[in-house]
Design a protein around this ligand. Structure first.
Ligand code: FCB
Length: 437
């Protein structure tokens, strides 16, 4: 069965940050530091999904999706990142999972969508190798409660973005700006993934995936310098996270002066077979030779395409290019692929008639068609999840970027399905034959 879903993440929608024993995450800390998030927005309340989840589930049932990707907040399960489980935290996700199953919607939880317990950050966060072991312990605790019912698990969300934005550039929590010295964060997350796979399998979990953010990399020109820079970017964004998982080896990182301590056995742990690869796609990246010190490339910007409210280029065929490129690069080593996030922010306006988000409809239509074409070209794509069900807390942009199929009025918490929601609902009801397996 092809999975049609929507995706969300805990810190972006839940709110209720001090309820039922939840501990503090790095995003609570970061968002409350002046100047970190646009207009000082925080996830303290967000979409209040922690209290309104039944209404949100109803929206999904009405939409007609058969899967829901959400994330579990580690600080709700282990408030300090280690040790005994906080039962109330597990209860929340157990209720959600049970109600999803009752509604015939496959629950697809992600164990880590960037909200590391602050207590672990105080010990170095993902720069500290011990965090990998803590993550596996946490995965085991969640699986012990839910593995009998959850058919598909995702370990990490976008370890590249967490490393690059959180530890290299400092624009996301935990706000460290270490440039290439952030590279150990890649290895420790990947090791954490591998150890979590072991813990999930030991608890009898069904399918296990990781979600990587991937981008087709376009050199800005045919010059030797631009080609080398594009290769470096492809290595750091895509291959650094896909190669060790799928091939059991890191790409050559020696040119980047990176010191990453890889111990015996690490790569075997990281490359344990998976049941699928989750891929998040938003846009291609155009790369030129470096202009400043510190990084071996410059983002030259993709031009000549429409852009989203975020300014991201809209290139649906980039998704086909990405999927066929993965199949080409990894061949038989590529497991079934699931597009675990795709969507766009638009300048949505709520009027008495609703939200007429035609650009989002065009975006989704084009990208779903790109998945169809990749499948026709032989790529085993088995799912597509729209980012996102609801407008939500968009990290450093606060509530300024709206990605939802459903509009949220953050003053009243009123949900209003947009035109794109109604469009997708009709589309799913058509039961398109090209997506049968
Ligand atoms: C992805 C994140 C997700 C959301 C979208 C727009 O990188 O995984 O949480 O912010 O971007």
């Amino acid at each position: 069965m092809f999975l049609w879903g929507t995706a969300t993440a805990a810190y972006q929608i839940e709110g209720a940050v001090s309820e039922d024993g939840r501990g503090v995450s790095i995003w609570d800390t970061f968002a409350h530091e002046p100047g970190r998030v646009r207009d000082g927005h925080t996830g303290d309340v967000a979409c209040d999904h922690y209290h309104r989840w039944r209404e949100d589930l109803e929206l999904m049932t009405e939409l007609g999706v058969n899967a829901y990707r959400f994330s579990i907040a580690w600080p709700r399960i282990q408030p300090d990142g280690t040790g005994a489980a906080n039962s109330a935290g597990l209860d929340f996700y157990e209720r959600l999972v049970d109600e999803l199953l009752a509604a015939d919607i496959t629950p697809v939880p992600t164990l880590f969508h960037w909200d590391l317990p602050q207590a672990l950050e105080d010990r170095g966060g993902w720069l500290n190798r011990d965090t990998s072991g803590c993550f596996a312990e946490y995965a085991g605790v969640v699986a012990e409660r839910l593995a009998d019912r959850v058919p598909m698990w995702i370990t990490l969300n976008e370890p590249f973005v967490h490393m690059a934005f959180g530890y290299a550039m400092g624009v996301h929590a935990p706000g460290r700006a270490l440039l290439l010295d952030a590279l150990p964060v890649a290895h420790h997350q990947l090791l954490g993934h591998g150890l979590a796979v072991q813990a999930l399998r030991a608890a009898g979990a069904g399918q296990v995936l990781i979600t990587n953010n991937c981008t087709p990399v376009w050199p800005a020109s045919g010059s030797k310098e631009d080609l080398a820079a594009a290769d470096a970017y492809d290595t750091l964004h895509n291959r650094l996270f896909n190669d060790p998982i799928l091939l059991g080896a890191y790409p050559d990182l020696s040119a980047y002066g990176a010191e990453v301590e890889v111990r015996d056995g690490d790569l075997a742990t990281i490359s344990a077979p998976l049941d699928g690869l989750g891929v998040n796609y938003y846009n291609p990246t155009r790369i030129a030779a470096p202009t400043a010190d510190g990084l071996p490339f410059t983002d030259a910007g993709v031009t000549g395409y429409p852009t989203t409210a975020f300014g991201w280029p809209v290139v649906p065929d980039g998704l086909r290019e990405l999927l066929t490129g993965l199949a080409h690069r990894y061949g038989a080593a590529l497991p079934p692929v699931y597009v675990t996030e795709n969507g766009c922010s638009q300048p949505d306006e709520l009027t008495p008639a609703g939200v007429d988000d035609q650009e989002r409809i065009a975006y989704l239509d084009g990208h779903i068609d790109a998945v169809r074409r990749a499948r026709q070209e032989g790529v085993d794509v088995r799912g597509y999840f729209v980012w996102s069900l609801l407008d939500n807390f968009e990290w450093a942009e606060g509530y300024h970027q709206r990605f939802g199929l459903v509009h949220v009025d953050f003053d009243t918490q009123r949900r209003t399905p947009k035109a794109s929601y109604h469009w997708l609902k009709r589309r799913l009801a058509e039961r398109d034959d090209t997506f049968r397996r």
